[in-house]
Ligand binder design. Structure first.
Ligand SMILES: Nc1ncnc2c1ncn2[C@@H]1O[C@H](COP(=O)(O)OP(=O)(O)OP(=O)(O)O)[C@@H](O)[C@H]1O
Length: 375
């Protein structure tokens, strides 16, 4: 009996060791076979392997008729390493990284050039977003995944980098809880915490846009980037779902909601060239919460974890956000796609202490929204 058990253990150990011994290239080739990634008997054929300090890149010739396939994502689990897969001109490239991405990155308060802000650490490098190249951004993600931390990071970084030129209007419809504490920053023009304050604030912004447009026309300007205007005006919406009117409201009661959605769409459509930047955030990306006009004009799309593939497609036009496993991990999508660990920012009030002004009126002290007067 003991001999049989001993032999069994030895066989199992040899089997396990054999599996363990296989190189990544062999495991990939076996995976092609096991998941049926082939045309008839023809599987992709490895023709180049390129190794660097951080990763190994395997390039395969792919038989005609075989196309890119989401099921290749299984390689990440098979190899137990981060993997990036790309498919171009009948060539399949599989990049296998040596190290996993960090689960937390601390924000370092270092300045960056122009109107860039940190988006986070990707597998290969630190990624910045440039608000002068891409004016508007949407941010989606389930609750407690890191949206507010990213908004605060953007706010803090821009104030630290452009204390005289960055201006903010925040629509914080979660009762103003998160952003009211920053309302006395000198760069903060308004924090609206309900729909009627939002309507008033957005109406002020639309009036300013109209007057900016006349000024631009008069001067012959077409874009803020071609002028010596140094100010940039950020409109941040934290939880756009609150701007969707509840079904039980009457037609008249729904009007302020529609006005706000229309105003934000207008800002996305026409105000980028005038130096306005929209950052539009939601937990529930749907056609209602993420209006088409805003989505189309926001060329930077960020998503933290989302509950379903459908929500991911609404937020970033592709699947993937439903599989994010780490808090603060996001897909940042422009014409390129990066998976990033967003830096965690703390102690904003202490760090930006010099930028707070004392409240001058009772209204300021109570933290109500007043009119927005971008400079
Ligand atoms: N980039 C990050 N790195 C590490 N931890 C993070 C990061 N972002 C968020 N967290 C953690 O997750 C918590 C929730 O984050 P956050 O408040 O940003 O969530 P949220 O997505 O805005 O949620 P909600 O929609 O409910 O307001 C934070 O208090 C922090 O502990």
């Amino acid at each position: 009996m003991e001999t049989i058990i001993g032999a069994g253990i030895a066989l199992f150990t040899m089997y396990a060791a054999d599996r363990w011994k296989k190189s990544d290239a062999e495991k990939i080739q076996h995976t092609f076979k096991n998941i049926g990634y082939a045309v008839g008997d023809h599987e992709p054929r490895l023709f180049k392997k390129h190794k660097t300090d951080g990763y190994t890149l395997y390039t395969y010739h792919v038989p005609f008729g075989l196309i890119d396939d989401d099921k290749l994502q299984v390689l990440e689990k098979v190899l137990n390493k981060p993997v990036k897969i790309s498919f171009t001109n009948q060539k399949l490239q599989i990049k296998v990284y040596k190290n996993k991405m960090p689960v937390k990155v601390e924000y370092d308060w270092n300045k960056t050039d122009g109107w860039t802000v940190p988006m986070g650490q990707s597998q290969e490098r630190f990624i910045l977003h440039d608000f002068d190249k891409i004016p508007h951004m949407t941010i989606a993600g389930m609750t407690r995944q890191g949206k507010t931390v990213l908004l605060k990071l953007i706010l803090a970084h821009l104030i630290n980098n452009h204390s005289d030129d960055a201006e903010f209007m925040v629509i914080d419809l979660k009762g103003g809880l998160e952003f009211n504490q920053y309302r006395n920053l000198k760069q903060m023009k308004s924090v609206a915490s309900n729909v009627s304050e939002t309507k008033q604030a957005l109406s002020d912004v639309l009036n300013q846009i109209e007057s900016d447009m006349s000024h631009y026309k008069e001067k012959g300007y077409t874009n803020v980037l071609d002028t010596n205007i140094s100010k940039r005006k950020f409109i941040i919406v934290d939880e756009a779902a609150e701007l969707v009117p509840p079904g039980h409201l009457s037609k008249d009661e729904k009007k302020p909601y529609s006005y706000c959605q229309h105003a934000l769409s207008e800002i996305a459509r026409i105000a980028g060239a005038l130096g306005y930047r929209l950052i539009f955030c939601t937990q529930y990306p749907t056609a209602d919460t993420l209006p088409r006009q805003i989505k189309q004009n926001a060329d930077a799309k960020v998503s933290f974890r989302l509950p379903t593939e459908i929500a991911s497609r609404v937020a970033i036009d592709e699947q993937g956000a439903e599989s994010i496993a780490n808090i603060g991990r996001a897909i940042y999508r422009t014409s390129k796609k990066h998976i990033v660990q967003v830096p965690y920012v703390e102690n904003i009030k202490e760090r930006l202490g010099d930028h707070f002004v004392s409240p001058t009126t009772e209204e300021d002290a109570e933290g109500r929204a007043d009119t927005v007067q971008f400079g």
